[in-house]
Design a protein around this ligand. Structure first.
Ligand code: AMP
Length: 398
C-alpha cells in the first residue's frame, strides 16, 4: 500500500470509497452529516495536490435496484457546500457504464465526480469481481476512506483493491486515523487499560468482551446488558432488561475474567423506574435487589463513583455503549458522568477512544467531542475490529 499523505496526486484520478451513508429526513435534508465532514480532508488533499476525485458510496439499503429515495443526488448540494464554491462537483446517475466512464475521463485536476449509489447493483454487496473491475476502470488510484464499511467484503470496499497495483492503493486520512487509534488501543495499550462496555444487549457484545479479556485491566459493564450478568450472579433485577439465554455465557465471562486476573465491574447501584418512560417514578436501588415492577434504567450514584475512580486511574480507555437510557434526561446522569470521567482522564494524559453509535451520540449530547482522544465513525466496523476480526477493507489495501 502507498502512503496517502506523501502521495503526489498530480494528474491522477483517484477513485475514493467514502461512507456517505447519512440519515435523511422526508424532504431529503441530511440530519447528521458527520460521515461526510469526516472525509472532506481526504478529498481536499487529493484536489489540492492536483488530482481529481471520483467518489463512490452506498446510501441506505435499496432492495431492488435504483430508487429515488436512496439516490446520492440528494447529497450533491451539501457536498458542494462542504467543498466550497471553487470546487466543481459533478454527479453521474449511474456508478458504472459509459456515461460514468465518460464523466470520469473528462474530470480535470481539482474536480469531483460523485457516483450514484453503489447498492443499486446487487453485485456490490455480493462482492462481485466483474462489478469491482468495472468500477476500478474509473480511476487510476484507489483510496479507501470508508472505515464505517471496512467490515464488509463488498466490491467497492475490498474486492476492487486487487485491480490496482500496490503503490496505487491506500487508506485515506480518515481511515488512517481510525486504524491508527484502534491499533493503539488494541495492540499498544498503556496499562491500566479500562474498557467501558454498555448498551442494551449482552448478545451484541459477547465477542468484544471475550477478546478484551485478553488485553484489558478492567472491564466496566453498564447499561441494559449489566442486568443479565447481575441476574446470572443470583441478583433480583425486577423487570430490567435481561437475556435469560445468555446467563450461562455471562457466568463463563465472569469466570474467565477471574482466571485471567481482569476485573469486571458491574454497577452496584441503579436508578430504577416503574415504567420505561421519561415521566416514570424513579429512585436509587442496589442493582441486585430491584423490586418486581421496577427496572434499572441507569447506573446509580455509588456505581458512578466506583466507575469514575477506575477510569481516572486508567491510561488507555475504550468506550462503547451508554450506561443507561441516556436519550431520556431522567436516566442520562450515569452516561454523562462516565463521559466526564473519560474526558478528565484524557486531560490527565490517558488515550481514550469512543466508538459505537450510541456512545458517540452521548459524547455529542454532552459536548465532549473535543475532550476525548478519538471518536470513531465506525460502529459495526469498530466492534468487529475489537472482536479481533480482520476487516476486509483494511486487509485488501494492505
Ligand atoms: P446498543 O445499541 O446495544 O449500544 O444499545 C444502546 C441503547 O441501549 C440505547 O438506546 C439505550 O437507551 C439502551 N439502554 C441503555 N441502558 C439501558 C437499560 N438499562 N435498559 C434499557 N435500555 C437501555
Amino acid at each position: 500500500m502507498s502512503d496517502f499523505s506523501s502521495f503526489d496526486f498530480t494528474g491522477h484520478r483517484a477513485l475514493v470509497r467514502v461512507d456517505f451513508n447519512v440519515p435523511l429526513d422526508d424532504q431529503f435534508n441530511i440530519t447528521d452529516d458527520t460521515r461526510m465532514t469526516a472525509t472532506i480532508p481526504t478529498i481536499k488533499k487529493i484536489l489540492e495536490t492536483g488530482g481529481s476525485a471520483i467518489l463512490m458510496s452506498h446510501l441506505g439499503r435499496p432492495k431492488d435496484g435504483p430508487a429515488d429515495k436512496y439516490s446520492l443526488k440528494h447529497l450533491v448540494k451539501h457536498l458542494q457546500e462542504l467543498l466550497g464554491a471553487n470546487t466543481k462537483v459533478f454527479f453521474a446517475d449511474d456508478c458504472i457504464g459509459d456515461q460514468a466512464g465518460m464523466n470520469a475521463s473528462m474530470l480535470r485536476g481539482g474536480e469531483v465526480l460523485l457516483l450514484e449509489n453503489l447498492r443499486f447493483y446487487k453485485e456490490e454487496e455480493q462482492g462481485d469481481k466483474g462489478f469491482a473491475e468495472k468500477l476500478s476502470k474509473l480511476g487510476d488510484v484507489y483510496v479507501n476512506d470508508a472505515f464505517g464499511t471496512a467490515h464488509r467484503a463488498h466490491a467497492s470496499t475490498a474486492v476492487i483493491a486487487e485491480f490496482f497495483p500496490k503503490d496505487k492503493r491506500m487508506f485515506g486520512l480518515l481511515m488512517e486515523a481510525e486504524v491508527k487509534s484502534a491499533e493503539k488501543v488494541l495492540h499498544q495499550s498503556e496499562k491500566p487499560f479500562c474498557a467501558i462496555i454498555g448498551g442494551a444487549k449482552v448478545s451484541d457484545k459477547i465477542l468484544i468482551i471475550e477478546n478484551l479479556l485478553e488485553r484489558a485491566t478492567d472491564i466496566i459493564i453498564g447499561g441494559g446488558m449489566a442486568y443479565t450478568f447481575l441476574k446470572a450472579r443470583g441478583g433480583k433485577i425486577g423487570n430490567s432488561l435481561c437475556e435469560d439465554d445468555r446467563m450461562d455465557t455471562a457466568l463463563e465471562i465472569l469466570e474467565k475474567a477471574r482466571q485471567k486476573n481482569v476485573s469486571i465491574h458491574l454497577p452496584e447501584t441503579s436508578v430504577i423506574a416503574d415504567k420505561f418512560a421519561a415521566d416514570a417514578n424513579s429512585k436509587e436501588s442496589p442493582s441486585d435487589q430491584i423490586p418486581d415492577g421496577w427496572m434499572g434504567l441507569d447506573i446509580g450514584g455509588k456505581a458512578i463513583g466506583i466507575f469514575s475512580e477506575i477510569i481516572s486511574k486508567s491510561k488507555t480507555i475504550l468506550w462503547n455503549g451508554p450506561m443507561g437510557v441516556f436519550e431520556m434526561d431522567k436516566f442520562a446522569a450515569g452516561t454523562k458522568a462516565i463521559a466526564l470521567a473519560v474526558a478528565d482522564a484524557t486531560a490527565n494524559g490517558a488515550f481514550s477512544l469512543v466508538g459505537g453509535g450510541d456512545s458517540v451520540a452521548a459524547v455529542n449530547k454532552f459536548n465532549l467531542f473535543d475532550k476525548v482522544s478519538y471518536v470513531s465513525t465506525g460502529g459495526g466496523a469498530l466492534l468487529e475490529y475489537f472482536e479481533g476480526k480482520e476487516l476486509p477493507g483494511i486487509a485488501a489495501i494492505k
